[in-house]
Design a protein around this ligand. Structure first.
Ligand code: GUN
Ligand code: FE
Length: 421
């Protein structure tokens, strides 16, 4: 027997960046975890009806880049730029995850907050510690979340408290991948922290491993000007930072996410496009760490794949609705101050990036088209009365909710049809 549910409410989604599709007071039918369709009247057949009349029903959002161990200090240490921030704060906090007891507690608060918000999928950095990384995978999978977790690889330019020898990094990654194979909803991803913290031989091994074992890759690219300059010194044989990853097989040979990409050259953008690399645009983090404003309009015009990301704790919030509005806001500053020809993002475009744009990294995720995974959030905007509310369209209500109540818990959440809130 197929398991069928139907959600009733004000249904909204984006199939392209061009605008919203919506059905006020409609029915979203889900069969065996997949979207069957959106209907104006009650569909035929047997199903369980879940009545969310008056609430907004939207696709779950995908956080394409987030650091789980940094959640503990989110909202602190916003006075430095990237390299100082990593050394002074981030590395010492991540070093604590050598203690699995600490990891259990710290990851519980991360998973609990991620679970209560609009995110249904995430690509997550853990730390160099294998056991703690597996604890994070177990906790995310038990919470019903889906996505990827990477044990971070670091064997150079890192403090003694947070570094592995090259052989140790390889052996621990092998063991991590072996032990991670017991999970089915949260999968492992090859995660060199960034070029400065990985030796050439480790990067080469990770690239070869990803290709041999058919594993996706995530890392950081072109985030901060001092970082870009450092990579130029470390890889004098490369044409660019992106080219350096590429020479190690870490740029799109397998599905790849590169976070930030604030300072790409034209040639790097062409390479990202050709290799189908996903850019994890992190507007909040790029502001907090004074990294800059990524040229998202250029990415979209060139056909580069883009999703949104919190990059917590570069970003202080795990709210992907907040990232939607932050992405719109920084795009306006870019178009005003950096390049007048870069049109700002519209709200619907930014919502698309947070849902189907980034969701496509995880499969058919982030839309209500037939056959998509039923990742669904229910937003109760009736709890925040506005005298205007009855006059507003569903897209207007979603926009108001995102700007005014992005941190509010969601009323219900489904990941591939499984209810987790
Ligand atoms: N580059 C290398 N590591 C990090 C990190 O933890 N956060 C950010 N924002 N950038 C990085
Ligand atoms: Fe990051």
């Amino acid at each position: 027997m197929k398991k069928c549910i139907v959600l009733k409410g004000d249904i909204i989604w984006t199939e392209s960046p061009d605008g919203f599709r919506y059905q006020e007071n409609g029915y979203l039918a889900v069969e065996d975890g997949l979207v069957r369709g959106v209907y104006a009247s009650a569909p035929e057949g047997e199903y369980e009806l879940l009545d969310f009349t008056g609430s907004i029903i939207a696709p779950g959002l995908s956080d394409l880049h987030v650091h789980a161990p940094q959640h503990q200090f989110a909202g602190l240490f916003m006075d430095e730029e990237l390299l100082e921030w990593l050394n002074a704060h981030t590395f010492p906090y991540e070093a604590r995850f050598s203690d699995t007891g600490y990891a259990e507690k710290a990851y519980r608060s991360f998973v609990s907050e991620l679970g209560s918000g609009a995110t249904t999928r995430a690509a997550v950095f853990a730390t160099i510690h294998r056991k703690s990384s597996l604890i994070l995978m177990r906790q995310m999978e038990s919470a019903g979340l889906r996505g990827y977790v990477g044990k971070v690889s670091m064997d150079r330019n890192s403090p003694d408290i947070l570094i592995e020898g090259t052989d140790e990094a390889i052996a621990e990654e092998e063991a991590f991948l072996e032990e991670a194979s017991r999970f089915s909803k949260v999968l492992p991803i090859i995660t060199p922290r960034f070029i400065p913290s990985c030796s050439d031989s480790l990067l080469q091994w990770l690239g070869d491993k990803a290709i041999k074992d058919n594993l996706p890759v995530q890392s950081h690219l072109d985030e901060n000007l001092s970082e870009v300059e450092w990579v130029r010194d470390l890889c004098p044989w490369s044409r660019s930072y992106a080219d350096a990853y590429s020479r190690f097989g870490l740029l799109g040979d397998m599905p790849t996410i590169m976070a930030h990409v604030v300072w790409p050259t034209e040639e790097e953008m062409d390479l990202l496009f050709k290799r189908n690399v996903y850019v994890a645009h992190s507007p909040s983090s790029n502001t907090n760490l004074r990294s800059g404003i990524a040229p998202v309009r250029r990415f979209l015009d060139k056909g580069i794949r883009v999703g949104l990301a919190t990059d917590a704790a570069g970003g202080s919030s795990l709210s992907m609705l907040r990232m939607v509005t932050d992405a719109v806001q920084v795009s306006k500053l870019r178009s005003r101050y950096v390049d007048d020809s870069d049109k700002p993002l519209r709200f619907s475009e930014a919502f698309y990036l947070a849902s189907k744009g980034g969701g496509s990294f995880f499969g058919k995720v982030g839309s209500f088209e037939t056959g998509y995974d039923a990742d669904i959030i229910v937003l109760d905007d009736g709890a925040f009365p506005s005298v205007l509310r009855s006059e507003l369209s569903v897209p207007e209500r979603l926009e108001m909710h995102a700007y005014r109540h992005s941190e509010a818990p969601v009323a219900a959440k489904f990941v591939r049809g499984e209810r987790i809130i």
